[in-house]
Design a protein around this ligand. Structure first.
Ligand code: ZN
Ligand code: ZN
Length: 338
């Protein structure tokens, strides 16, 4: 089978002919229909994410996956060959305290690094990581596994702050941001949703997706948000970029007793001090999402509340997809369709 593998840092992936995995016990082989292209893969390619212990190049990247069951091990009971499934990717060691409470994606073992979706077939170590799609298109569903799930978990953290009429800010309207707006529309319909981005076309897309206001990050976004909210500020800011500039915007735009959730891996630092932010602000980060949260995201999609905007690339164009993402040229999510 074909797989797009990273052989050396800062180099393009190579399309290799590799051995098709065999399945034992409760393992499953998936024929990939869609594999979302994520910023994290750029960080792995560039070496900014050091490879965890036990991982060596070459690696098959790709951790937002959906497709059809190709083969099942003898102990598999929940799915059959031909079923359309999404793969929950955040699996951890399975036995530490965090894994046992259901937050495996926060485990110290970053097993997702080599999840293996940029390939014709993908080996999944247990059926328990799969969720039947029940009618969803696997190409559209693939990016829900991260670009949908990650903002969903962040939104769950801010929901207790969102009283009717409160403002929530989403910074960065890319792959995650366009899903965040749709999820907020569904789960917090009485809030004012303010989108922030540097690109005019993304702000226009945000308004089309239901944002109440679109704020140009190139001006004085925090000042504009304070003005839009009558001086109250936003009750929640979800920063999907995480740069110095966007975190400054978050700190300047969050209102009293509000919350900032940092999701983007932009490497910035938040200027947080007693008098530097408004009274009793909470700052936290949000890390991917749990298996159950992924089920909730898929339920939202089945209900028509999330419609991922997808641009398809064949496996042979995986490097074009990664490079387009790096240049900020992808609208919605790039999805590899082997
Ligand atoms: Zn990702
Ligand atoms: Zn663990």
């Amino acid at each position: 089978m074909k797989a797009a593998r990273l052989h050396a840092l800062r180099q393009p992936l190579r399309i290799d002919e590799v051995t098709t995995p065999v399945v034992a016990r409760d393992e499953v082989l998936i024929r990939i229909a869609g594999a979302g292209v994520c910023h994290s893969d750029l960080h792995i390619r560039s070496g900014e994410f050091p490879l965890p212990p036990g991982f060596d190049l070459p690696l098959t990247l790709g951790h937002e996956n959906a497709g059809y069951v190709e083969a099942v091990g003898p102990d598999v009971t929940s799915i059959r060959r031909g079923d359309a499934v999404a793969v929950w990717g955040g699996r951890g060691c399975g036995s530490c305290r965090i894994c046992r409470q259901g937050d495996e994606q926060c485990c110290n073992m970053a097993l997702w690094v080599a999840a293996g979706g940029y390939a014709e077939l993908m080996h999944v170590p247990s059926e328990r990581f799969l969720i039947p799609l029940d009618g969803l298109d696997p190409v559209a569903a693939a990016p829900l596994a991260d670009a949908g799930l990650t903002p969903y978990r962040a939104i769950k953290k801010v929901l207790p702050h969102l009283y009717p009429g409160a403002a929530v800010v989403v910074v960065g309207i890319g792959g995650l941001g366009h899903m965040a707006l749709q999820i907020l529309k569904a789960v917090a319909p009485s809030t004012r949703i303010i989108a922030v981005d540097v690109a005019r076309d993304r702000l226009d897309a945000a308004l089309a997706l239901g944002a109440s206001d679109a704020v140009d990050a190139g001006g004085d976004p925090a000042g504009e948000i304070m003005r839009l909210t009558g001086g109250e500020g936003a009750q929640a800011v979800i920063d999907l970029v995480g740069s110095d500039a966007t975190l400054r915007t978050a700190a300047g735009a969050v209102g009293r007793m509000g919350i900032i959730v940092v999701v983007g891996l932009g490497g910035g630092t938040l200027p947080y001090s007693f008098l530097g932010v408004r009274a009793e602000c909470t700052v936290t980060c949000s890390y991917w999402g749990s298996y159950n949260e992924f089920r909730e995201v898929l339920a939202l999609a089945r209900g028509g509340h999330i419609r991922p905007v997808v641009r398809r690339y064949p496996l042979e164009q995986v490097n074009e997809a990664l490079d387009s993402l790096e240049r900020g040229e992808v609208h919605g999510r790039a999805v590899i369709t082997p």
